[in-house]
Design a binder for this molecule. Structure first.
Ligand SMILES: [Zn+2]
Ligand SMILES: [Zn+2]
Length: 318
């Protein structure tokens, strides 16, 4: 499968500002020497030395991750504002203009995970088939509630694609689009489910956002270690720094250090830091990434765990 990140922010969208862009340009110019800008090749070499925060941005859209299976089936996890851009891209292909089929998994129904749905053009097109799956039995009512007339001009039922709903219980195995899927409830206000997607060759992708793990949860971590065991890719909620997580108990999110501890204990191959705080700019996200890498090297220098921070447009292959 290919996994593409369309929205990586938590809580609320947070676009980049003019002063953010100016800061990037100014710092880049300060770092450049005359030799760095002599030719397109020397510029390429110079750009390759810059931190991610100067050449790009982690992105401001909220949670949306695309899974494209090896059989080209489309599975989407959550429908935050990042979904809009995916929808626009899909509409360039003829099949999504009336013959497309896709499956959504919803972890929970906080705004930052559902708000992009009505801005997703394929769901407005008659003929497209949209299957909506969640461990929450009432996901249909929750999504309809988002689009009552006082909040949005088009109701959920007026979106013209054929929409069907499916549900499975936590811990059961559910099969769709050539994948086996199971789930586990995580601590979060109102509840939230993590989903594990296993492809036919046994490789596993786990999505675990909006999940609070703290020092206290480490005393009863075994069931989760079993669930995360040997995942090839684990996307994990790391909204806060460790210091903030100590102050924001019960806010429903974790830190990169707890995520790293859990990933090491579970022998995860690749950990993806996700659900970035809307107040963190690109500089801060670079710092969070560096801190996580240092922490991993300190705690388990010989463990092969890889750590990467999610950004909009990141694609991983499993
Ligand atoms: Zn969230
Ligand atoms: Zn949430």
């Amino acid at each position: 499968m290919k996994i593409t990140f369309w929205g990586v922010r938590g809580s609320v969208g947070s676009g980049i500002t003019k002063s953010d862009v100016e800061k990037k340009i100014r710092r880049t110019l300060e770092l450049a020497s005359p030799a760095d800008i002599l030719s397109p090749e020397s510029i390429d070499r110079f750009m390759a030395t810059l931190p991610f925060s100067l050449t790009g941005t982690y992105g401001g859209n909220t949670t949306c991750v695309e899974i494209r299976t090896d059989e080209d089936k489309l599975v989407i996890v959550d429908a935050g504002t990042g979904l809009r851009r995916l929808g626009m891209l899909l509409m360039q292909e003829a099949r999504w203009r009336g013959q497309g089929e896709m499956t959504f998994f919803f972890t929970h129904s906080h705004w930052d995970h559902i708000q992009g749905l009505m801005f997703f053009p394929p769901i407005l097109i008659p003929g497209n088939k949209v299957k909506i799956v969640s461990c929450f039995k009432d996901i249909e009512e929750r999504l309809k509630y988002q689009q009552v007339r006082t909040h949005f001009p088009i109701t959920f039922d007026e979106m013209a694609a054929e929409k069907t709903f499916d549900h499975f219980e936590e811990g059961q195995w559910y099969e769709t689009d050539g994948l086996k899927v199971t789930s586990k409830m995580v601590k979060h206000p109102g509840g939230c489910y993590s989903y594990k997607f296993v492809q036919p060759d046994g490789k596993a992708f786990i999505f675990c956002s909006d999940a609070e793990f703290n020092m206290e949860s480490m005393y009863n971590i075994e069931p989760y270690i079993e669930y995360f065991q040997e995942a090839d890719i684990l996307v994990f909620d790391t909204q806060y720094t460790f210091e903030e997580s100590l102050q924001k108990i019960d806010w429903g999110h974790s830190s990169a250090s707890i995520a790293t501890d859990i990933a090491i204990k579970s022998n995860v191959k690749k950990l993806i830091l996700f659900h970035h705080d809307p107040s963190y700019d690109d500089d801060k996200m670079d710092a969070v990434t560096m801190q996580a890498l240092k922490y991993k090297d300190m705690m388990a220098p010989n463990h092969p765990l890889e750590i990467q921070t999610a950004f909009e447009g990141l694609t991983l292959t499993l």
